[in-house]
Design a protein around this ligand. Structure first.
Ligand code: SAM
Ligand code: SF4
Length: 450
């Protein structure tokens, strides 16, 4: 077997893609290996969402160059270096120019071609291969869906790309147009994951709730209907989905939260800003009132649902009044957890050339203020769990002896102790005893159900 090392940056979709690359390369004799110094092929799966993503990619590639040079010196062996993901898509041939030791550049919509690209690499000729096409035949049709052992929880991408064009976001340019996978291909992959021992599936998409496709009866299905179908799979115990857009939360999906027990009571619904002026400049296509209406409706159907969100702080033109509006909405919603980021320029997006950028210091102080409020809300949400009994999927061992880590229905990490040797993949009832900022602790009830 040849050794494959993959480093993944960014969102769950990138992690899913990396898993797929491992599955894809396995029949070609590549096995996953944790040691970059010893790898025959190194894949850097990059993310363009975070600040300075491009510079970070080049410095990471610098470190990889040193590692492969050392390997060559010690063993005489060549390593193949491939850059994948959204920075690969955005930078293309520029990566080869700035990092000539890279052999392959492959975009998120063409990594299914990796085996062919690898086969073409000739260490003597030092030939380069760039594939950043958006193929006509959808990538998923060409991917090998044989799955390896994934552990109790796995991702499953059902939707990719985006047609919404928020002015701050690179996704429509790096991942391409909105695409929904067909029902059959999703169900087949879900069944394979379950056969491999998976108990929880998180459905992924840049706008996962925009997913739609024809059902077997040729009727249009939305995400709610798909979840109902997936819930029929025996041994699939927990279903989650992320990330959703407020405009795509239809009644079918909201009702699914009430009706489908396997669908977890957790909704990640980014707002980005609580000011309608800023939402307009962001081209989000909804107002704060519409967002709050969706939350109200979801809570009407599923009163205990945990709501999480994303916020961009200091978008160009954001005034202190806009900032106050964001705080007001956050206080109204009461999040169980949320992500907040300072706005940062993504070259090529419309907001990058807006003239009224917010001063960095102002952005930092606004971010600090908002994160403090979000932290308080998360702590309050976690404290409210004390005294309750939660159905928990056991994910892995904790760092301490006899300790396990699991996930609560509300997406909280929960630690507990047990002398039982292999609980991973089991569902256990945990009485919550303590709450912390990012986790809970509890005691396992005796009536373990496997
Ligand atoms: N599709 C989701 C939505 O519409 O809300 C969001 C997906 S986006 C890929 C993930 C998150 O990255 C966004 O919710 C946003 O908060 C953050 N993000 C994207 N572009 C950003 C930028 N230029 N500056 C700061 N944060 C950004
Ligand atoms: Fe990016 Fe989400 Fe807006 Fe699409 S809807 S452009 S993925 S932020």
């Amino acid at each position: 077997m040849k050794k494959l090392f993959i480093k993944t940056h960014g969102c769950q979709m990138n992690f899913y893609d990396s898993e797929k690359m491992v599955d894809l390369l396995k029949p070609h004799g590549y096995q996953l290996n944790n040691n970059v110094e010893d790898a025959d092929i190194i894949v850097l799966n990059t993310c363009h969402i975070r600040e300075k993503a491009v510079e970070k990619t080049y410095s990471e590639l610098g470190r990889i160059r040193d590692k492969i040079a050392l390997r060559k010196e010690k063993t005489g062996k060549d390593s193949i270096v491939a850059v994948a993901g959204c920075v690969a898509q955005a930078q293309g041939k520029e990566i080869m120019r700035r990092s000539p030791w890279v052999d392959i550049v492959v975009g998120p919509q063409s990594f299914q071609n990796l085996p062919e690209l690898i086969a073409k690499v000739d260490p003597i000729k030092k030939n380069k291969h760039v594939d950043i096409n958006f193929p006509v035949i959808p990538k998923f049709d060409q991917l090998n869906h044989e799955v390896r052992d994934r552990g109790p929880s796995a991702f499953l991408t059902i939707q990719e790309g985006c047609d919404k064009f928020c002015t701050f976001c690179v996704v429509p340019y790096t991942r391409g147009a909105e695409y929904s996978r067909p029902v059959k291909s999703i169900i087949d992959e879900a069944k394979k994951l379950i056969d491999a021992g998976v108990k929880e599936i998180t459905l992924l998409g840049q706008n996962v709730n925009a997913w739609n496709a024809n059902g077997p009866n040729k009727k249009k299905w939305g995400l709610g209907r798909l979840i109902a179908e997936l819930a029929k799979i025996k041994d699939l115990e927990f279903i989650r989905y992320t990330t959703s857009h407020p405009l795509d939360m239809d009644l079918d999906l909201i009702e699914a939260h009430r009706d489908i027990e396997k669908l977890m009571p957790y909704l990640h619904l980014p707002l980005q800003s609580g000011s309608d002026n800023i939402l307009k400049l962001m081209n989000r296509k909804h107002t704060t009132k519409q967002y709050l209406k969706v939350i109200e409706k979801v809570r009407h159907y599923k009163p205990d649902i945990a709501i999480s969100g994303d916020f961009i702080i200091g978008f160009p033109g954001e005034s202190s009044r806009d900032h106050e509006s964001t705080i007001n909405v956050i206080n109204e919603v009461q999040y169980s957890q949320a992500y907040s980021f300072k706005y940062s320029i993504r070259p090529g997006t419309p907001a990058a050339i807006y003239y009224n950028h917010v001063d960095e210091k102002v952005k930092s102080s606004r971010l600090q203020e908002i994160q403090e409020i979000l932290r308080e809300q998360q702590m309050r949400f976690n404290k409210n769990s004390i005294g309750s009994t939660l159905k928990v999927l056991v994910l892995k061992h904790g760092k301490k002896n006899g300790q396990y880590l699991g996930r609560s229905p509300f997406n909280q990490s929960i630690y507990f102790n047990s002398e039982e040797l292999n609980l991973i993949g089991s569902t256990v009832d945990i009485d919550v005893t303590e709450a912390f900022q990012n986790s809970l602790t509890g005691k396992m009830k005796i009536n373990k159900c496997i």
